[in-house]
Design a protein. Sequence first.
Length: 406
Amino acid sequence: MTLKLIDSCCGAAASALAGRRQFLKLSSLFTMAGALPLLQAGRAARAAEPDAPVRIGYLPITDATPLLVAHHNGLFEKRGLQVEKPRRFRSWSQIVEAFLSGQVNVVHLLMPMTIWSRYGSKSPAKVVAWNHMEGSCLTVRPDIASLADLGGTTVAIPFWYSVHNIVLQAMLREAGLEFISDGEPTKQQVKLVVMSPGDMLPALGTKRISGYIVAEPFNAKAEELGVGKVWRFTGDVWHNHACCVVTMHERDLQERPEWSQKVVDALVEAQAWTRGHREETVKILERGNPADYTPHEHSTLARVLLASPERDAEYARSGAIRHTGWNERRIDFQPYPFPSYTEKLVELLKTTYVLGENAFLKDLDPAFVARDLVEERYVRKAIEAQGGPAAFGIAGYTRTETFSVA
């Protein structure tokens, strides 16, 4: 076990405090008062630079794969677009601040975060495509034998408005546990804290938290180091769910439709390519690549992106995979933003505990959000250019959502 790595990082208490500060900062950024200076700066930048290049912002998680593959494979330049080297951010607050100020104009965000930003805070952004499917797990300490063992302990989430929080709370409720955000938990309670993904692994390794639910490859790395085990894949609870989605400025979609279409075309082509070139994708993303996209090792990324029937069989024996008939990949790629998913997400958010002001959720109509938040015209055209839905393993543009904790 890499104790040196773990000991060099801050403790869980400091990480939890940082997570709370991150949430408060994001809350401020997503209010009109907090966002106004950034929005004005973004508009000024656009006025001075009407032909702004593609400026990608991302977190170093496998959810960002299509953005990075599109850049690496020259898919933007192929369409005559100028593109800058993608900018790597460590936290959601950093990437949101850069997006609102116009420093970046194509980002991946947690899908529930986009709902919060547009309807809770009136931020002018739209979802244009999914970035991936699945790609997250609940990872716990090796000594955890049941979810009930999490009672009286702390579990980390990446953000309150996340699929991770929704799925975790559903699992905890099934186990008869309550969740809190402040104070010391009782044996029937689990304390939820927000942490940046990079802080979760050290906190788990030093046993300052008992588990975390987050995007890959931080779950795979915990397995490699022997400090954690995958308890459940989120895709085994919500079949073929999205987590991060491609988000763009609404003004770009309105004022630069041809540019926007080319951006989405490149990202959709990147997903189609990745589905058939997983080993090459690992090499693109791994540490040591000249582009320096992520700090992750080849073995860690391979555990996420490459199929392993033997490992899947072990996950089925342990219960990390219960729905073997779903034939889920640890992470997969399909860009169409199904309206049924957005509607189900809004419904689930209404019954999920989130910190802070969330009264706006009560009056949200799921069907309206699916139409208003998501701009699907670009991605549908891009999918057809790649051979249609079948090229991505889907039957069409409608589906029924399956959410099952049992």
